[in-house]
Design a protein around this ligand. Structure first.
Ligand SMILES: Nc1ncnc2c1ncn2[C@@H]1O[C@H](COP(=O)(O)OP(=O)(O)OP(=O)(O)O)[C@@H](O)[C@H]1O
Length: 809
């Protein structure tokens, strides 16, 4: 309620502000008035110099209508001239009349007045200078310099003497010449040099022309007399033998009739070019180099205000501190159990020896949960033989989760991953604190955890560009999602990224409610930012598709290929917000239980997801989809094809592993955040960073307690297909605002519910209902997805007629 009142108030004030601005008509009227005033001043000042003596007595009888002044503008002219010329700046006051006329012209043509400020400043300065100069140099004619010039000269003379006044005048002349005309010493030197060389070349030319003048005269008469080029050719050949034609004279360009079959267009020089008049001096008009307005403007804006800073609205926003995260009993270091290491090695060697496989070398890399034993077999051993021994090795080590990588890509060794007896937890704190993550220059950096060799694993979500996560229940999916969201919260400002959270389980992501106004995006009509209702999911996904289309349109207009370039261009102030351009935050859609959605909504969910996955990467919408059931009817071919980055936590069967990763192995994982990550071909085993619910709560509380945006980021409105069912609404059942809405729609020729919402200040649902009624009445066409509906009534007359006919039925 309070929000609405506030909104209404701000709307009212903006309305008030708007009404203070003069309209175009008002500007034209005011402009013409000011222009005429300037012209009146000009004539008054000019005629003042003839009439001032006669009009002097009138000044005291301004209100006396029986007395007339001789000034062209009568008493008004006499009075203003007395004020500005006599008491003011003398003849320099003409500059004032010029400035007033110019300002009037600017107003008249709708050019912003602030563009005249510069001219006013320099005009007034110049006026004072002229007044002072005339007062100083022509003291005998005080009317030229005016009282100001006279008095200023007098005043300055008292303190600095005549030389001082002269120097003051010189100084200000320098100021004006340097600042206004950009005069520099080099400029003056160049100018003098240029003049000198011009003179020299002119002199040389004349000398040469003296020799050929006679010949030219004959030639000129030849060419000037002739009208058509054809005749010129004939005559020219007739008089070919003229002896005075010297090689100095350029050959006349003859116009040839284009030959029909040569296929070339012959450029024909105009006849005038053949006239070479020695007395005709050619002057090169200096060409002004034009500068590009947009770039210039952008550079100027950046100069004046700096680059656009999207974070400015929440300028005091504090990123969450590292102390909000727990150590979880470890400081990130791994303790090596030498005995365990030795035992495992011995057992591996022994088992392989039992099968007659000799080992040339063995080394171990200890990770947080798994130790990788890399073996180099003796020459002649078949790799497939070792791979087949997976179960036997597992049996001999009496351990679960053994994975054999044969061979390790790029290493030429065979890897045997054996889980540690005491796995150490990789805390979120330990990975967030690493320099690798802190200094990651990525668009959407995510720290997943640590690799088997204990390296922090950081990837860019924007490069993935979408992520599919699967794993049996209780294996660490939710913790993984929290790790992803936490990573982004630690690195990205609320202005840079927005989350759309879908949580059909209703419990997993509720903690993020606290950061709704900082980081979440939602549909205009929804109460909660976190979507738990399946029908709302469909609307949200379609709304994201609309957002995607809108963003593509913006990118097209800005002539850029992706969101990064777009935002860079926007920050450099090269895109005008008045044309609808705005800073685009990344949008990350997180769906916690995708299988549930597919089961209930099927194609309705799959189609927009697939569309987004296919197209949204360039415009900064990234999808993270998690599922418990990685079966083929949930992760369909089309979804899989568009999610190259995938994460598998432990799954129950090889088939599930294949569905997610296209390879087996995920069934061998040991759970509790043990995961496989692939982005293309390589599969990396990682230990997911652990972030507990209380930690997430602390982070969201820390962010939530800070100043926020007035509301969550609004996604575009999506009117569900069910609203366009073509129900035949009774006329009596129509909304009271039906007619007004029809008029708005017909007038704007745009059939959108949001237009009605805005213009008539209605709620979303009511506007949607009215649109249905308009469709039933045949005023707008059926629902067309992301596009506005077609308006079937061309103008107000037709609407009037349609409604009248309805009544008579
Ligand atoms: N990275 C991790 N490090 C250590 N323990 C973890 C990790 N991830 C998960 N666990 C443990 O596993 C438990 C279950 O994890 P989580 O809630 O993420 O599973 P889930 O896959 O989301 O299950 P469900 O699908 O039922 O929600 C956690 O409570 C935690 O004890």
């Amino acid at each position: 309620m309070a929000k609405r009142v506030k909104k209404a108030r701000t709307k009212a004030t903006t309305k008030k502000k708007r009404s203070l601005k003069p309209t175009k008509q008002q500007k034209i009227i005011l402009g013409s008035l000011v222009m005429l005033l300037g012209i009146a001043l000009f004539f008054s000042f000019i005629s003042f110099y003839n009439t001032w003596k006669a009009d002097q007595s009138i000044l005291d009888h301004f209100t006396d209508r029986s007395k007339e002044a001789e000034n062209l503008l009568n008493k008004f002219g006499a009075w203003v001239s007395h004020f500005f010329v006599y008491r003011g700046f003398g003849i320099a006051s003409l500059i004032l009349s010029g400035l007033v006329t110019l300002s009037g012209a600017y107003l008249f043509f709708g050019i912003p007045l602030r563009k005249t400020w510069n001219k006013w400043f320099w005009g007034l300065l110049f006026m004072a200078w002229i007044s002072l100069a005339l007062g100083f140099f022509v003291p005998s004619s005080p009317l030229l310099g005016g009282t100001v010039g006279f008095e200023m000269t007098d005043f300055l003379k008292d303190y600095t003497g005549s030389i001082g006044v002269f120097l003051v005048l010189l100084f200000f002349l320098c100021v004006i010449l340097v600042s206004l005309f950009k005069l520099t010493p080099e400029g003056v030197v160049n100018f003098v040099k240029q003049k000198r060389s011009d003179l020299a070349s002119e002199f040389a030319e004349r000398k040469q022309q003296g020799n050929t003048a006679e010949a030219k005269e004959t030639f000129d008469t030849l060419t000037v007399e002739k009208e058509t080029p054809q005749v010129l050719v004939d005559d020219y050949t007739h008089k070919e033998e003229i002896p005075l034609l010297t090689p100095d004279i350029p050959e006349p360009t003859l116009k040839k009739e284009p030959e029909p079959d040569d296929g070339f267009e012959v450029a024909v020089a105009p006849k005038e070019e053949t006239i070479n008049d020695p007395d005709l001096d050619i002057k090169v008009v200096p060409v002004k180099s034009e500068t590009e307005e947009t770039d210039n403007l952008a550079a100027k804006l950046v100069d004046d205000f700096g680059e656009f800073d999207p974070t400015l609205e929440l300028g005091n926003y504090q990123f969450p501190t590292i102390d909000l995260l727990d150590h979880h009993g470890g400081d990130g270091n791994i303790t090596i159990n030498k005995e365990e290491l030795e035992n495992n090695k011995n057992r591996i060697v022994e088992t392989l020896r039992n099968y007659k496989i000799g080992i040339a070398q063995i080394k171990a890399t200890i990770g947080p949960t798994v130790t990788l034993y890399e073996i180099v077999p003796e020459a002649g051993v078949r790799i497939s033989k070792i791979k087949n021994l997976e179960d036997d090795i597992a049996l001999s080590l009496a351990a679960l989760g053994i994975r054999i990588i044969a061979p390790i890509p790029g290493k030429g060794t065979i890897g045997i991953e054996v889980p540690n007896k005491n796995a150490s937890i990789v805390s979120m704190r330990s990975v967030v604190a690493t320099t690798k993550f802190q200094q990651a220059e990525m668009q959407l950096p995510i720290v997943f955890g640590k690799t088997i060799s204990n390296e922090t694993f950081v990837v860019d979500l924007a490069k993935m560009p979408h992520l599919l996560m699967a794993g049996a229940t209780g294996q660490g999916k939710s913790v993984g999602l929290n790790a992803i969201l936490t990573s982004l919260l630690y690195k990205k400002h609320p202005a840079e990224v927005k989350f759309v959270l879908v949580d059909p389980k209703k419990v997993e992501l509720t903690l993020f409610n606290k950061i709704e106004r900082h980081y979440l995006a939602k549909l205009p009509d929804s109460e909660d930012a976190i979507i738990t209702d399946n029908t709302k999911v469909i609307n949200t996904l379609n709304s994201l598709c609309i957002e995607m289309d809108n963003r593509y349109e913006l990118l097209k207009q800005a002539m850029v290929r992706n969101i990064k370039e777009y935002n860079t261009k926007f920050k450099a102030r090269k895109l005008n917000p008045n044309d609808g351009h705005k800073f685009l935050p990344y949008i990350v859609l997180v769906v916690d239980e995708f299988a549930d959605l597919i089961m209930t909504a099927g194609k309705e969910v799959e189609t927009p997801i697939a569309r987004l996955a296919q197209l949204a990467r360039a415009i900064g919408i990234h999808l993270i989809i998690a599922t418990q059931r990685p079966s083929v009817n949930v992760i369909t071919g089309i979804i899989k094809a568009n999610f190259p980055a995938r994460i598998a936590f432990r799954v129950t069967s090889k088939i599930d592993s294949r569905t997610i990763l296209d390879t087996q192995g995920a069934e061998q994982l040991i759970g509790r955040g043990d995961m496989l990550y692939t982005q293309g071909n390589d599969v990396t085993r990682l230990q997911c960073a652990f972030v507990d619910t209380p930690e997430v709560e602390r982070i969201t509380e820390f962010i939530g307690s800070q100043r926020a945006y007035p509301e969550a980021h609004m996604l575009p409105e999506y009117v569900g297909e069910e609203s366009g069912t073509g129900i035949d609404y009774e006329i009596s059942e129509r909304d009271v605002m039906f007619r007004d809405a029809a008029e708005v729609i017909v007038m704007a020729q745009q059939g959108s519910a949001s237009l009605i919402q805005r213009k008539l200040k209605l709620g979303y649902n009511r506007a949607g209902r009215i649109i249905d009624q308009l469709e039933a009445a045949g005023i707008v066409g059926p629902f067309e997805g992301s596009k506005a509906r077609q308006v079937l009534v061309p103008d107000m007359m037709a609407l009037e007629q349609l409604l009248e006919n309805e009544k008579n039925k």
